[in-house]
Design a protein around this ligand. Structure first.
Ligand code: NAD
Length: 435
């Protein structure tokens, strides 16, 4: 086979030039960090220390594809901070994943862990690939080689991966096995979000959506909205969105719209969420072809006249372009970074209460922490105990953020950043700078 020149071009690593617009997730993180740092009167040196990642790993991953051809993929692992403990964060497989996105996600993990009082630092990983076009065998080889390349980075006391977009329990099982084969012992605390059979925790799969539900109900209570009188729209029907929709419906809310990558589905009388979950599981993992709903666009879903909007798909969905049209009274950010800084201002002016990602979706890392604790103790809890402890921690975090926001007269988002940054800065001050 004669190699094509464009094949050569694709194989060469190029640093993506930083985008300095509001859609760049790392810039979005820095803009919020700036505001919180000013409120905290953060020392200049601390600012520089805390805003940037502490380590960035970029690794080339050769995979023998089913055709026999070797294909190169690019993988990232960014450790933003390990000041509060081992770093923790998911791994994302996507064709458009880029370094700035992983840097932002790693920083958000740092602030998130601090906000919910989990003794971890923040990290994130990504591999530039299209998992939908890969066979299970190709995905396994990619995962094992990515893990092997980063074997000195990962570890239960160093850096602990978890699932994120397009990665799941099976991928965590392959990471666990690759790490354990190299360590010459079974080390199940090296990843979280793994199958229960391998030391996973009951309740982990539902934890992020459950946390979204808990803080949404707490926020509704604060502004006097009764679940039974409230309507909800959820963007994204994956791990986070489908569970949040289901649990909010169980609390009595009327979930009138949900969407996934195939479009949005609306029913003014309320959607049958369990039926939609079953439909999704039975089919190709999407809602394509679901009947008992009217088809609308994803853009229409975001601007529906509902009480609560849960963006639970991806970054940069609520921007300067559509924020003024959003009618929801509460936005609970199931996804990471769904709202840009430009949109924040408009939403605040319009009186919309935004429960920020670093609080709203922290249920996942909280139960990941429980999973890590259980693995290390070799003693496993019941799902009921996991859920009760999760609810308690999410409530406590919501109250702390609400209190920080009220006392400084700032949004919940900046309140959460103030709380998270203050905790990490205080720990850094106590530890001092190693010379
Ligand atoms: P997932 O892959 O299970 O689900 C993503 C969903 O979004 C799918 O239904 C997909 O079809 C849909 N989607 C994709 N593009 C869309 C678009 N343009 N419009 C509407 N829907 C679209 O992923 P997930 O684990 O549910 O993660 C979703 C978000 O939540 C991500 O931002 C992730 O970082 C964040 N998050 C996840 C967890 C977790 O525990 N899974 C924890 C914290 C934060």
């Amino acid at each position: 086979m004669t190699p094509q020149i464009d094949v050569y071009k694709k194989s060469v690593y190029r640093e993506p030039s930083p985008l300095l617009d509001e859609d760049n997730p790392f810039e979005a993180m820095v803009q919020r960090f700036d505001v919180a740092a000013r409120i905290l009167e953060l020392d200049e040196g601390f600012y520089e220390y805390l805003v940037a990642p502490s380590r960035i790993h970029i690794t080339a991953i050769p995979v023998v594809m089913d055709s026999g051809r070797i294909k190169m993929f690019e993988g990232y692992r960014v450790i933003h901070s390990d000041i509060l403990g081992p770093s923790k964060g998911g791994i994302r497989y996507a064709p458009d994943v880029h370094l700035d996105e992983v840097k932002a996600l790693a920083a958000w993990m740092t602030w998130k862990c601090a906000v919910v009082n989990v003794p971890f630092g923040g990290a994130k990983g990504g591999v530039n690939c299209n998992p939908r076009e890969m066979s299970p065998g190709e995905l396994e080889r990619l995962t094992r080689r990515y893990t092997a390349n980063l074997i000195d980075v990962f570890g239960p006391d160093r850096d602990i991966p978890a699932p994120d977009m397009n990665t799941n329990e099976q991928i965590m099982a392959w990471i666990l096995d690759t790490y354990s084969m190299n360590a010459k012992r079974t080390e199940n605390a090296v990843v979280t979000g793994k199958p229960i059979m391998l030391g996973g925790s009951p309740g982990r799969r539902e934890a992020t959506g459950r946390g979204v539900m808990t803080v949404t109900i707490a926020a509704m209570d604060r502004i006097g909205l009764r679940p039974a009188d409230s309507t909800v729209a959820v963007q994204g029907f994956g791990n986070v969105g489908s569970v949040a929709a289901d649990l909010l419906a169980r609390q009595g809310c009327r979930v009138v719209a949900v969407s996934d990558v195939t479009g949005a589905y609306y029913n003014a009388k309320g959607l049958d969420i369990p039926a939609m979950q079953q439909y999704c599981a039975a089919g190709g993992g999407t809602l394509e072809g679901f009947k008992d709903a009217q088809r609308i666009t994803n853009d229409e879903l975001l601007t529906l006249d509902v009480d609560v909007l849960v963006p639970a798909a991806k970054e940069d969905q609520i921007t300067k372009r559509n924020a003024a049209n959003i009618k929801a009274k509460i936005i609970a950010e199931g996804a990471n970074g769904p709202t840009t800084p430009g949109a924040d201002e408009i939403l605040n002016e319009n009186g919309c209460l935004v429960i920020p990602d670093i609080l709203a979706n922290a249920g996942g890392v909280t139960v990941s922490y429980f999973e890590w604790v259980q693995d290390r103790q070799g003693y496993f809890w019941t799902e009921d105990r996991v859920n009760r402890r999760l609810d308690r921690m999410m409530h406590a975090a919501f109250e702390s953020v609400y209190e920080a926001a009220s006392s400084h007269k700032i949004s919940l988002r900046i309140g959460a950043y103030v709380l998270g940054i203050d905790k990490v800065a205080t720990a850094l001050k106590l530890r001092g700078i190693y010379a």
